[in-house]
Design a protein around this ligand. Structure first.
Ligand SMILES: [Zn+2]
Length: 98
Protein backbone atom coordinates (compact mmCIF):
# COMPACT_ATOMS: atom_id res chain seq x y z
CA UNK A 1 0.00 0.00 0.00
CA UNK A 2 1.40 3.34 -1.06
CA UNK A 3 1.08 6.59 0.86
CA UNK A 4 -2.37 8.07 0.24
CA UNK A 5 -0.73 11.27 -1.01
CA UNK A 6 0.83 9.40 -3.98
CA UNK A 7 -0.93 10.17 -7.24
CA UNK A 8 -2.14 12.92 -9.48
CA UNK A 9 -5.03 15.29 -9.17
CA UNK A 10 -7.89 14.36 -11.45
CA UNK A 11 -7.07 16.05 -14.73
CA UNK A 12 -10.66 16.14 -15.96
CA UNK A 13 -11.67 19.32 -17.77
CA UNK A 14 -13.48 21.62 -15.33
CA UNK A 15 -16.46 21.90 -17.70
CA UNK A 16 -16.72 18.10 -18.10
CA UNK A 17 -16.60 17.37 -14.37
CA UNK A 18 -19.63 15.67 -12.85
CA UNK A 19 -18.46 16.09 -9.26
CA UNK A 20 -17.67 19.36 -7.54
CA UNK A 21 -14.05 20.26 -6.96
CA UNK A 22 -13.07 19.74 -3.32
CA UNK A 23 -12.93 23.08 -1.52
CA UNK A 24 -9.64 22.26 0.19
CA UNK A 25 -8.19 20.76 -2.99
CA UNK A 26 -6.81 17.32 -3.68
CA UNK A 27 -4.46 15.64 -1.22
CA UNK A 28 -2.46 14.18 -4.11
CA UNK A 29 1.05 15.49 -4.61
CA UNK A 30 1.14 14.96 -8.38
CA UNK A 31 3.95 12.49 -7.88
CA UNK A 32 5.07 9.52 -5.83
CA UNK A 33 5.76 9.53 -2.11
CA UNK A 34 8.35 7.03 -0.87
CA UNK A 35 6.29 5.78 2.09
CA UNK A 36 4.67 2.37 1.71
CA UNK A 37 3.77 -0.80 3.57
CA UNK A 38 3.60 -4.34 2.21
CA UNK A 39 2.15 -7.07 4.42
CA UNK A 40 2.15 -10.84 4.02
CA UNK A 41 0.49 -13.42 6.21
CA UNK A 42 2.56 -16.57 6.82
CA UNK A 43 1.89 -19.33 9.35
CA UNK A 44 -0.65 -17.18 11.21
CA UNK A 45 1.79 -14.28 11.51
CA UNK A 46 1.80 -11.05 9.59
CA UNK A 47 5.12 -9.77 8.26
CA UNK A 48 5.38 -6.14 7.23
CA UNK A 49 7.97 -4.45 5.04
CA UNK A 50 7.68 -0.71 5.01
CA UNK A 51 9.25 2.69 4.55
CA UNK A 52 7.92 5.34 6.90
CA UNK A 53 9.79 8.15 5.18
CA UNK A 54 7.47 10.46 3.28
CA UNK A 55 8.80 12.50 0.36
CA UNK A 56 7.26 15.42 -1.47
CA UNK A 57 4.76 16.51 1.17
CA UNK A 58 4.37 17.52 4.78
CA UNK A 59 2.47 15.37 7.25
CA UNK A 60 -0.94 17.00 7.43
CA UNK A 61 -3.43 15.44 9.83
CA UNK A 62 -6.27 17.26 8.07
CA UNK A 63 -5.65 15.25 4.89
CA UNK A 64 -5.73 11.79 6.48
CA UNK A 65 -8.37 9.52 4.96
CA UNK A 66 -10.30 8.77 8.15
CA UNK A 67 -13.62 7.00 8.35
CA UNK A 68 -16.58 8.74 9.99
CA UNK A 69 -16.24 6.37 12.97
CA UNK A 70 -12.54 7.24 13.39
CA UNK A 71 -13.34 10.96 13.16
CA UNK A 72 -16.07 10.61 15.78
CA UNK A 73 -13.69 8.66 18.05
CA UNK A 74 -11.05 11.40 17.77
CA UNK A 75 -13.66 14.11 18.48
CA UNK A 76 -14.92 12.26 21.57
CA UNK A 77 -11.35 11.80 22.88
CA UNK A 78 -10.61 15.49 22.27
CA UNK A 79 -13.76 16.45 24.17
CA UNK A 80 -12.70 14.29 27.14
CA UNK A 81 -9.20 15.79 27.05
CA UNK A 82 -10.64 19.31 26.77
CA UNK A 83 -12.84 18.69 29.81
CA UNK A 84 -9.75 17.57 31.78
CA UNK A 85 -7.94 20.78 30.79
CA UNK A 86 -10.91 22.94 31.80
CA UNK A 87 -11.20 21.17 35.17
CA UNK A 88 -7.46 21.53 35.86
CA UNK A 89 -7.59 25.23 34.89
CA UNK A 90 -10.57 25.80 37.18
CA UNK A 91 -8.71 24.06 40.01
CA UNK A 92 -5.62 26.15 39.31
CA UNK A 93 -7.62 29.42 39.30
CA UNK A 94 -9.49 28.44 42.47
CA UNK A 95 -6.16 27.84 44.24
CA UNK A 96 -4.84 31.22 43.08
CA UNK A 97 -7.87 32.98 44.57
CA UNK A 98 -7.38 31.31 47.98
ZN1 LIG B 1 3.63 10.27 1.94
Amino acid sequence: MLCHRTGYENGVDILQRKRLIKQKGSCKINGTCTAYIITKEMDGKINAHYSSTHFGHQLDVGLLPLSKDDKNLIVSKCKVHLKKIIVSQKLCYSQIRL
